[in-house]
Design a protein. Structure first.
Lengths: 181, 305
């Protein structure tokens, strides 16, 4: 796999890049601009994609760094998940093929991750949601692998605290109110 | 973060060898804090992937899909035409773990073309050949007063410029040597008697000059940064036709001022926020502004010294 294959792979990767961009930016217009700019940058430097690098994590890396640069350019801190677009995301799971308890659990998991501090949230998105290895996540975020593991541990302890001390059904209303939906 | 916590996470995730597990278990029995962390980490073993897979997200916008597909097609075509790698691009640098931030290099033609394809929602780009043929007859003498008469290369440049933001320029390093060399190459290799207008008097700072190609002919893009708002570009192409007066129009919310002078066609393109492009175009065409890099070689030498 190398850069010459990248153009053919981008359209297939688009849904995951879109989802990642939406989740880190919290805004669909930002996400669209972000994905487009990341793809431009990736194609421009496709020759730099190494055969031993996963094209997807390479693209995540470019999306993420593009977003960080964008935030720096705007000189604003990342908005917390509570301030996302009103009509942006719907936490409730697809009701078609899942029981209500599974749906509830899914929406609580999403909500728990979204309430994490930004650095931890991105690590969770990359490792737990996108399935990247610690090393790949470290490369995407341009931080040492130990930092990735530390953030992941803290994130998981925070999420674990939500799921170990309450009955999931009992905190449904809390989750719903705090959700970004 | 204690190393302890990382070991505990590895333990919870079943990534430790049996003897390491026994050590951790002894530690947990002796340490309430460790036991608590293990309990939290265990409780965090959830099916995140499945949960997020069912999250309802807005669908990928059609416009984005079309832009990416057009970009990919344009890049594939370019690769097929020129071979796997573009020899004009500097020696590749391993990037697997390296920062992706770097100065934007001269944008290759396929990118400019793809940007236009995107701006036109795809498809049209692939028909640029026929478009050129049908667009050409009217462009010889008619003053370009409406978007319908826009030269194909100007339309291309407008589409490209629509994707330019202040953030794009944030990655462009001010490098007089590179700009000087670029201007020198354009004058020598492309045979364009290029002037880089000094537009500081209009509040525009020169940022970069790029060699692009349209329909396999040199297209020069000179980018300026206004005090606020998106960048403004002066694009230049050789055009062996009679001079043409300055004319202004609005294309896709972009102000476009065009003229032809001494066998060069000019297009001044930008979203005007506090800059009167029409007046600026007239000042440039009347040579009322100084030029930068008037002697590229000597400037380069002077800067180097």
């Amino acid at each position: 796999m190398n850069g010459a294959d990248l153009p053919g792979m981008l359209p297939d990767m688009l849904p995951r890049l879109w989802a990642f961009a939406l989740r880190i930016s919290g805004d669909r217009h930002d996400a669209e601009d972000l994905v487009q700019r990341a793809c431009v940058r990736a194609l421009e430097r496709a020759h730099q994609l190494q055969p031993d690098t996963s094209p997807l994590s390479w693209m995540f890396s470019i999306v993420h760094s593009t977003w960080i640069n964008e935030l720096r350019a705007r000189s604003v801190r990342k908005r917390s998940s509570m301030e996302w677009d009103d009509d942006f995301l719907e936490n409730l799971a697809d009701p078609l093929d899942k029981g209500p308890e599974t749906q509830l659990m899914h929406s609580q998991i999403i909500s728990a991750v979204e309430r994490l501090p930004e650095a931890q949230r991105v690590v969770m998105l990359l490792v737990a949601v996108e399935g990247l290895s610690y090393q790949e996540a470290a490369e995407v975020l341009e931080v040492p692998i130990g930092t990735v593991m530390s953030r992941l541990s803290r994130a998981r302890q925070a999420v674990g605290a939500l799921f170990s001390t309450h009955d999931p059904k009992a905190k449904a209303s809390v989750t719903r109110r705090d959700s970004i939906a | 973060m204690k190393t302890d916590d990382l070991l505990l996470m590895a333990y919870v995730d079943g990534e430790l060898a049996p003897n390491e597990c026994r050590e951790i278990e002894e530690h947990i029995r002796a340490c309430a804090d460790a036991a608590e962390i293990v309990a939290l980490l265990r409780a965090s073993r959830l099916d995140y992937k499945q949960a997020f897979a069912t999250q309802k997200l807005p669908p990928v916008p059609d416009s984005l899909t079309q832009k990416i597909e057009a970009m990919a097609r344009a890049h594939s075509n370019k690769s097929a035409a020129e071979g796997a790698n573009d020899s004009s691009i500097p020696t590749p640098v391993a990037i697997a773990a390296a920062p992706v931030r770097s100065r934007m290099r001269s944008v290759p033609t396929w990118l400019a073309a793809a940007c236009v394809a995107g701006a036109f929602c795809g498809g049209l780009f692939l028909r640029l050949g026929p478009l050129l043929k049908t667009g050409a007859p009217g462009s010889g003498s008619a003053v370009m007063a409406s978007a319908g008469n826009l030269s194909p290369w100007v339309a291309t440049a407008v589409g490209y410029q629509q994707l330019y933001t202040r953030e794009t320029l944030a990655y462009v390093e001010d490098n007089p040597h590179v700009s000087s060399k670029t201007v020198e190459d354009i004058r020598r290799d492309d045979g364009l008697a290029l002037r880089i207008p000094d537009l500081r008097s209009a509040g525009l700072t020169f940022k970069t000059v790029q060699r692009l190609r349209f329909n396999n002919k040199p297209l020069v893009q000179i980018v300026y940064q206004p005090e606020k708002g998106p960048p403004i570009a002066l694009c230049v192409m050789k055009d062996v036709k009679p001079d043409q007066a300055v004319a202004a129009q609005v294309v896709d919310s972009m102000h476009v001022v065009t003229w032809r002078q001494a066998e060069l066609s000019y297009a001044l393109i930008g979203k005007t926020e506090g800059v009167d492009l029409d007046a600026l175009g007239k000042r440039i065409s009347n040579r009322e502004v100084d030029q930068l890099f008037s002697n590229a070689t000597s400037v380069s030498m002077a800067q180097a010294g």
